[in-house]
Design a protein around this ligand. Structure first.
Ligand code: IMP
Length: 362
């Protein structure tokens, strides 16, 4: 296991991606193209350890198909009518049958409660089967989640793997692992469009949450349960640091929302080409889905426009390229060894400044 957990425990500080760097090691890896970047999600081996967020400005069928064909996975969001969600899932399922490409996994997101069970019932009736089901709520460490996992398992006979979240602590991870889920989304309050920490004071840096959940996985013997680091991934190095801390995947919203495969059009604002990206708990998203903000609640997300970053393929290539290169600095051939061999060090704020390409600063 990497040393990030002991650094956090000893310092009693909650560390973020920018607080640490990884120590380069002796390497006998001769080519970055020889390393294995694959990771297993719900029994499916994916060559790209990236999952796209179930958000209405990130993952509909185009994203799920394209990220799936490039080796990752996309979760079709639940903030639409069940018929429309089924239509999106059927598109992904049809793409899965095309032998010329890697099969994209078919994964719907659902919420909790009776309506969401009938959503799932409707989807399963229409599509037959799916690769996994993501139960997508803000606080996965909850009785609502436990009941929903039971209800989903009753409906599917327990045969369909469940991705559940989100949680931020080792206790939250163990709770979901005990519920029998296959993968846990880890991270509360770290999303780039998230206001949860400001509105409630709750949350943890995603890197810290991953380290805590990884330690809980080790001590509880939940080796088969995957960790998906969710919220705050900006650079390929955040992917690398997440995996080196024990995540099996990262989940990305913002990084993918700016590409050509996310829903929505490219628009020009102040001479920049941009796309809409919004938190699913933002007032704007709630208004768009016709519910509006419920009385007595607050919005915990924001809506913004982000730079159009071009092809999804280009973004994924950058991320996987960064990961491959990192594996040569670590001298490892696969993601498991990356975690086992990683040595994190804390950095000062001046070192952070140095980390960026400061040669271009005026
Ligand atoms: P990003 O990749 O940093 O943009 O974070 C995306 C993640 O933020 C998603 O996968 C969700 O876990 C989380 N998220 C999505 N919408 C909201 C919201 O409105 N409030 C808080 N968190 C959100």
């Amino acid at each position: 296991m990497s040393n990030i957990y002991s650094i956090i425990k000893e310092s009693n500080e909650l560390l973020s991606f920018d607080d640490v760097l990884l120590l380069p090691k002796y390497s006998s890896v001769r080519s970055r193209l020889s390393v294995d970047t694959s990771s297993t999600l719900c029994g499916i081996s994916l060559s790209v350890p990236i999952v796209s967020s179930p958000m209405d400005t990130v993952t509909e069928s185009l994203m799920a198909i394209n990220i799936g064909r490039h080796g990752g996975a996309g979760i079709i969001h639940r903030f639409m009518d069940k018929k429309e969600q089924l239509w999106n899932l059927l598109n992904v399922s049809r793409a899965s049958r095309d032998n010329n490409f890697i099969s994209p996994p078919v994964i719907p997101a659902i919420g909790v409660g009776e309506d969401e069970i009938s959503r799932l019932e409707f989807i399963l009736k229409g599509i037959g089967s799916v690769d996994a089901i993501a139960i997508d709520i803000a606080n996965g460490h909850s009785s609502l989640m436990k009941e929903m996992v039971c209800n989903v398992n009753s409906l599917t006979g327990g045969g369909t793997p469940i991705i559940a979240g989100n949680v931020a602590t080792g206790d939250g991870f163990s709770f979901l692992a005990d519920c029998g889920v296959s993968a846990v989304r880890v991270g509360i309050g770290g999303g780039s469009i998230c206001k949860t920490r400001i509105m409630t004071g709750y949350g943890l840096p995603t890197l810290t949450s991953v380290a805590l959940c990884d330690a809980a996985r080790d001590s509880g013997g939940y080796n088969e349960v995957s960790i998906i680091a969710d919220g705050g991934v900006r650079y390929p190095s955040d992917l690398v640091k997440s995996l080196a801390s024990g995540a099996n995947f990262v989940m990305c919203g913002r990084v993918l929302a700016g590409t050509d495969s996310s829903p929505g059009d490219v628009v020009t604002i102040n001479e920049s080409r941009v796309k809409l990206y919004r938190g699913m708990a933002s007032s704007e998203a709630q208004i768009a889905r016709g519910t509006g903000k419920k009385p007595g609640t607050c919005s915990e997300g924001v809506s913004t426009h982000i730079e159009f970053t071009g092809s999804l393929e280009g973004v994924l290539e950058d991320f996987v390229g960064g990961l491959r290169s990192a594996m040569t600095y670590a001298g490892v051939q696969n993601i498991l060894d990356l975690k086992e061999s990683s040595i994190f060090s804390r950095v000062s704020s001046s070192s952070l400044d140095e980390s960026h390409a400061f040669g271009t600063k005026q």
